[in-house]
Write a protein that binds this ligand. Structure first.
Ligand code: MRU
Length: 350
């Protein structure tokens, strides 16, 4: 039988990068070796690897894949090629800041390493990518530690999209407090929004929580108001792709609707993320660039067309929840409360 804990979104082994093809879940578990930087770009674009922290880690390793056969280059040529490949990978998805954060960090570590030969620079590049990967596991565990106390016996939680193990290297962000609460024997239920159009909630969150033995129920997005009205939800926990300096948060399309509903029913909404998702250079949510994806995701359900030919379509992949609707941001550095502008700056403004 499949041990779901062994199913990793990203595996780095013997200098090779393997990505789980998350578009095939929950039907099939298939891992693909990434043979070129173009393949890594495509895997990120197609959401084979997805979730803010995971695309950061995949991007950093993508640079290693890009530069692996460039160790013969001198320092200047190596750095020029590295910068070009980083810009290319960064163009795959725009909203989650973790991707550009990881690429910038990786490039900077190589630039400042003092290495002269291509081989030395490649070694430094690989080391930084491995560090980002290892840190991600540690940071998610810390998010769990800072959020676990929020989950009390008997609670019903609602989550949207997938901010779980599959979106990170382990534990997840929104799911980290849940996994830790489970380890401590707290009894709780989770409602997982389906998350149209790509169904990360039902395909991925429901899959990973179910296999982890968490009491999970899948609902379609338009059922959230109903379950809240029935008193089944005590708290919402979601992930985020970017936190602006004022505490506005971008997350999977539909999160704003959930937050508005929760405010009506007086249910607190918590957002979980690592430090790499906090972007103090973006003043408010208005400046967050929202990815628009292809129209087929909206006009089709799987392979089947469900909207008329020629219809006008919008497909924003994310929305922004204003900070007024956020009860707290659970990070690896602690639980941040309002006033966000001030408190985010205090904790992340180094
Ligand atoms: O389009 P996706 O599947 O990459 O969107 C993912 C989300 O919106 C997650 O909630 C977010 O990245 C947080 S992941 C820990």
């Amino acid at each position: 039988m499949l041990d779901h804990k062994q199913v990793k979104s990203i595996t780095w082994k013997d200098g090779k990068l393997y990505l789980l093809d998350q578009t095939l879940l929950p039907i099939a578990v298939k891992v693909e070796e990434q043979m070129s930087v173009e393949q890594v770009w495509d895997s990120i674009k197609q959401l084979k690897v997805r979730g803010a922290p995971a695309i950061g880690v995949a991007g950093a390793y993508g640079l290693v894949v890009a530069m692996q056969d460039k160790s013969h280059l001198n320092r200047e040529a190596f750095l020029a090629e590295l910068q070009e490949k980083a810009a290319y990978l960064d163009s795959s998805r725009p909203t989650a800041v973790n991707l550009s954060w990881a690429l910038k960090r990786t490039v900077k570590s190589v630039e400042t390493s003092g290495g002269q030969s291509g081989a030395e620079l490649l070694e430094c590049l690989t080391k930084t990518a491995e560090e980002i990967h290892a840190e991600d596991i540690e940071l998610c565990r810390k998010i769990g530690e800072h959020g676990v106390e929020l989950i009390k016996d008997g609670m019903g939680l609602l989550t949207h999209c997938n901010a779980g193990r599959l979106a990170t290297s382990e534990y997840g962000t929104a799911t980290a407090p849940m996994y830790l609460a489970q380890e401590r024997g707290v009894s709780f239920r989770v409602y997982s929004d389906e998350s149209r159009p790509l169904l990360q909630g039902s395909r991925l969150t429901a899959w990973e929580l179910l296999h982890a033995g968490v009491d999970v129920t899948t609902i379609t997005d338009n059922m959230a108001a109903f379950v809240m009205q029935q008193g089944l939800i005590d708290m919402v926990i979601v992930g985020t792709d970017r936190v602006a300096a004022n505490g506005d948060v971008a997350n999977k399309i539909g999160t704003l609707g959930v937050a508005v509903l929760a405010a009506y029913f007086k249910i607190p909404v918590y957002v979980a993320c690592p430090a790499s998702t906090v972007d103090l250079s973006t003043p408010t949510g208005k400046e967050i660039f929202i990815e628009e994806r292809g129209e087929d995701e909206v006009t089709h359900f799987g392979q089947r067309r469900t909207a008329p030919e020629g219809i006008k379509v919008r497909n924003p992949a994310f929305d922004v929840t204003p900070h007024e609707l956020v009860a707290g941001i659970i990070t690896d550095r602690g639980l941040i409360r309002a006033p966000y502008q001030e408190n985010l700056h205090k904790i992340f403004g180094e």
